[in-house]
Design a protein around this ligand. Structure first.
Ligand code: BES
Ligand code: ZN
Ligand code: ZN
Length: 486
């Protein structure tokens, strides 16, 4: 990880091989930017005007100089009304540009005005250093940007510590999701969770199929029947030291290590990145670890529902009826709607732990990608105040969440002729809501939220603060939610 450091003195007293400054909506400079411009007798402001720099997300202009401590100046755009998001993106873009130019020590002179802004700058910068290089013969990160200096006349390095923790959460998710499904099957995912638990001193319990069978988690087990890798349910717990926790939050993550669709087989394009179908599990793992790093006063239980959805002679057949852990029978009309089967039993188990809040995280429906795209997740739930807390955490973290209604009449779509409920209506209308309503059949708890992040968890292009492939979404949103309960 690149090192983040705070620098409190004026920018002109710093030596680095690159510095980034901000260009506001009207092309104005911040005080630090003006200082840098002053040294070069206004050449930056002049060049900006002449070059017709457009102030919009991701735009960077590079300015070369021999007159100062910095050889390269990166001008990043500060745009729009959401300052935190804009600072985060400006830091991300500046770091990406600096890395391309071989800068090893970069200063970000953005003049933040409070702790949240310092954190946002640190986060954006670190998010930009991420590379998944496990399988690359030549590791790019070895010879690149090692130190990032965040300049701020105010505050201390506390927000940068937080930025590191939030980044680590995203990094854990990105690494696990980007790992090919052939080497990260349910038992391996459980081992990785166990390793994290050991390192971070979290309580960890792994449930194997025999025990899950005894508990009646047959709906969850049924998803893995077509795979030769056994299911795992992993329970990780963080309990704050000393004193009663302010709340207990149970997080349940969909951990389908590969979703082929099962016998309702996906086609090759739909299957292409289905190694990402365990994003929810990776997110809840990253969050329980993050809660501990942040020393939150919230108790967090993470449940990883790890299974692999494959076609085989033993797999669920469309039309099969399976009993869930809460006793309800489910007709599996479509084996590709497997996430809701895994989560249903996870929800039943979570309720037995009597938490104050229950939140499930999943890549549940393709419809979510269609409705909200790749920068916004969907949140549904039975408690408006919980949903709003998550929406607010989304705004603050930049991982936006938008509420969809759990419209009761749509429950009709999930009626089965032969069982209590079916897992798919066969109709694509309101697909994400149908997923949420199916899950609601397994929830008696008054404070439950369901996060469907199929779109934003995976990026087809590099934009915002995300590289291609796994984004880490919504780990930073959920950590913010947990922090704000504190
Ligand atoms: N894992 C998929 C959802 C998904 C699709 C995530 C695209 C990310 C990108 C899920 O298991 C699935 O296949 N859902 C079906 C449900 C349908 C059969 C009711 C879908 O969305 O098509
Ligand atoms: Zn599926
Ligand atoms: Zn799936």
């Amino acid at each position: 990880m690149a090192q983040l450091k705070l620098f409190k003195r004026p920018i002109i007293s710093l030596k680095a091989d690159g510095v980034a400054i901000l260009i506001g909506d009207n092309r104005q400079l911040t005080p630090s930017g003006s200082q840098v411009d002053g040294i070069v007798r206004g050449r930056i402001a002049r060049t900006l005007r002449e070059e017709d720099f457009r102030v919009k997300a991701g735009n960077i202009m590079v300015f070369y100089s021999r007159e100062m401590n910095f050889k390269k100046v990166f001008c990043a755009a500060l745009f729009g009304s959401d300052r935190l998001a804009s600072l985060r993106e400006a830091a991300y873009s500046a770091v990406r540009a600096a890395k391309k130019k071989g800068v090893r020590k970069l200063a970000l002179a953005f003049d933040p005005s409070n702790a949240d802004e310092i954190q946002a700058i640190g986060e954006g910068a670190l998010l930009a250093t991420y590379r998944f290089e496990r399988f690359k013969s030549k590791k790019e990160s070895r010879d690149s940007l090692g130190t990032i200096i965040v300049c701020s006349a105010i505050g201390n390095s506390e927000p940068l510590k937080k930025a590191e923790i939030y980044f680590r959460a995203a990094q854990i998710v990105r690494d696990l999701v980007n790992e090919p499904a052939g080497s990260l099957r349910p038992p391996q995912l459980a081992e990785r969770a166990e390793k994290t638990a050991r390192e971070s001193k979290l309580k960890c319990r792994i449930f194997e199929p025999a025990e899950l069978q005894r508990m009646g988690a047959t709906l969850f087990l049924s998803v893995g029947k077509g795979s030769d890798a056994p299911n795992r349910m992993v329970q990780l717990t963080y309990e704050p030291a000393g004193g009663k926790p302010v709340a207990h939050v149970a997080l349940i993550g969909k951990g389908v290590t590969f979703d082929s669709g099962g016998l309702s087989l996906k086609n090759e394009t739909a299957m292409e990145h289905m190694k990402s179908d365990m994003t929810g599990a990776a997110v809840v793992l990253a969050c329980v670890r993050g809660a501990r790093e942040l020393k939150l006063r919230v108790k967090v239980t993470a449940l990883l529902m790890a299974t692999e959805n494959m076609p085989d002679g033993a797999a669920n057949r469309p039309g099969d009826v399976v009993r869930a852990m809460n006793g309800k029978t489910v007709e599996i009309t479509n084996t590709d709607a497997e996430g809701r089967l895994a989560l249903a039993d996870g929800l039943t188990y979570a309720q037995r732990l009597k938490p104050d809040y229950i939140i499930d995280v999943s890549t549940l429906t393709g419809a979510q990608v269609i409705s909200l795209g790749r920068l916004i997740g969907a949140v549904m739930g039975n408690d408006e105040s919980l949903v709003q807390k998550i929406v607010r955490a989304g705004q603050k973290s930049g991982e936006l969440m938008w509420q969809l209604p759990l419209h009761e009449p749509y429950k009709d779509l999930m009626k089965s002729d032969i069982a209590d409920i079916k897992n798919s209506s066969g109709l694509t209308e309101a697909g994400s809501i149908q997923g949420g309503l199916f899950l609601s059949e397994f929830v008696d708890h008054p404070r439950w939220a369901h996060l469907d992040v199929s779109g934003p968890s995976w990026q087809e292009r590099e934009w915002s603060v995300y590289p291609r492939a796994s984004s880490g979404f919504p780990a930073r949103c959920l950590l913010t939610f947990l922090s704000d309960l504190n």
